[in-house]
Design a protein around this ligand. Structure first.
Ligand code: CP3
Length: 348
């Protein structure tokens, strides 16, 4: 992949042919070909089958013409692989048999040995490196978001137990987060060695924290993750993060993800003119009339104002009810409107 690849160039804030687009959860239930191929059973079994996982990764690349492929995997794969006991229940998300509650639970979080514990992930990446026409993005859950699943036991609205552990036993919190940081680093390093061209760290639920809590309990761990993967472009993503965006940007990442709550131009005002941003179409809008979607895409590009450091994406994952034709149109429109992205003579 050369420096003129639109996705990799945009991640570095360099000029390129057109604004690159990819979608979080671009592989998944919105695609009929996904539903056909994926079958029933746990997503963790599908992930453990490299030929299947590679094919599920490539389906949206072919269908949408997106500029990057995201590895078909899940943020709980490493913790599951070391035997913590996590399942991903359809329509629910990760569910943990015995949630993390006390010091002795640390013993259930041994270091990850990627070659032995997640060989299928590395094999999927090897297939994709051969077969993907676009760069492959590897990923990991950020220490906080993975910790929240392990502590809460299932998806939570309040993160009550997680915040109670931070407040009541910070020493144990830091021991937990340290292990999860090591896990994320081992997993990402192995994905990079296998050939991914960029990485995204999903701190999906970091927006639940106050700036002070984020700064004290989360930012140092996330910074350690990014420091360990500095050889590829690094994207940092979360939802509802407007008030902590400056702290999330200050972790060594190259690209800051923004959801639809913060307009791109406002985010760039907050973070500085050189900041590379990813986002930020509201995925729920994609269920609405196509004219509204088109107007919103146009507005996002107008707000980006021809800045070369923009990776177009949704503000969060594709909703399963989304009509694939809408996403096809989004890709086409972004490409059409951004010929020579970052070239001051053109612009959106
Ligand atoms: O296309 C892609 O984005 C690639 C693959 C991907 C999946 N999960 C596959 C998946 C990625 C990048 C993830 C990351 C992930 N997993 C996150 C971070 C991103 C985010 O949404 O904030 C989180 C929080 C998880 C945990 C998780 N896994 C949830 C909340 C769910 C949804 C449960 C449901 O069924 O609605 C999953 C399951 C999951 N992971 C699916 C997919 C395609 C859907 C279910 C399936 O096909 O079994």
């Amino acid at each position: 992949m050369t420096g003129t690849d639109p996705f990799l160039a945009a991640c570095r804030g360099l000029p390129h042919g057109h604004t690159p687009v990819w979608f979080m959860r671009q592989a998944g239930r919105s695609l009929p070909e996904y539903r056909d191929l994926r079958g029933e059973g746990s997503i963790l079994d599908a992930i453990a089958d490299p030929a299947l996982a590679a094919e599920l990764t490539l389906q949206p690349v072919r269908r949408y013409g997106v500029d990057a492929a995201i590895l078909y995997s899940d943020i709980v794969v490493p913790v599951n692989a070391i035997g913590f006991g996590v399942d991903v229940q359809p329509g629910v998300g990760p569910v943990v048999e015995r949630p993390f509650a006390r010091e002795s639970d640390l013993e259930r979080l041994r270091p990850l040995e990627p070659e032995a514990d997640t060989p299928y992930v590395l094999e999927t990446i090897s297939i994709l490196v051969e077969e993907s026409p676009v760069p492959v993005i590897g990923f990991a859950g950020a220490p906080f978001t993975v910790a929240s699943y392990l502590i809460e036991g299932s998806p939570s609205r309040t993160y009550g137990r997680t915040k109670a552990l931070m407040a009541g036993n910070p020493e144990l919190w830091f021991k937990l987060i340290d292990r999860l940081t090591d896990l994320a680093i081992s997993s990402l390093r192995s994905q990079i060695d296998a050939g991914v061209a960029a990485v995204q760290v999903f701190d999906s639920w970091a927006g639940a924290l106050s700036p002070a809590a984020y700064e004290r309990f989360v930012q140092p761990a996330t910074r350690r993750v990014f420091d360990a993967v500095a050889d590829v472009p690094r994207i940092h993503f979360g939802v509802g993060t407007g008030e902590i965006l400056h702290l999330m940007a200050d972790t060594g990442c190259d690209v800051v993800g923004v959801d639809w709550r913060v307009p791109i131009d406002v985010a760039r005002d907050r973070l500085g003119p050189d900041t590379v941003l990813q986002g930020n179409l509201d995925p729920a809008l994609c269920l609405g009339p196509i004219a509204v979607v088109e107007a919103e895409v146009t507005d996002i590009l107008r707000r980006n104002n021809g800045h070369p450091g923009h990776v177009f994406n949704l503000g969060h994952g594709v909703l399963p009810e989304t009509d694939p034709a809408v996403l096809e149109r989004v890709v086409q429109l972004v490409h059409e409107l951004t010929v020579d992205a970052g070239n001051p003579m053109s612009g959106a």
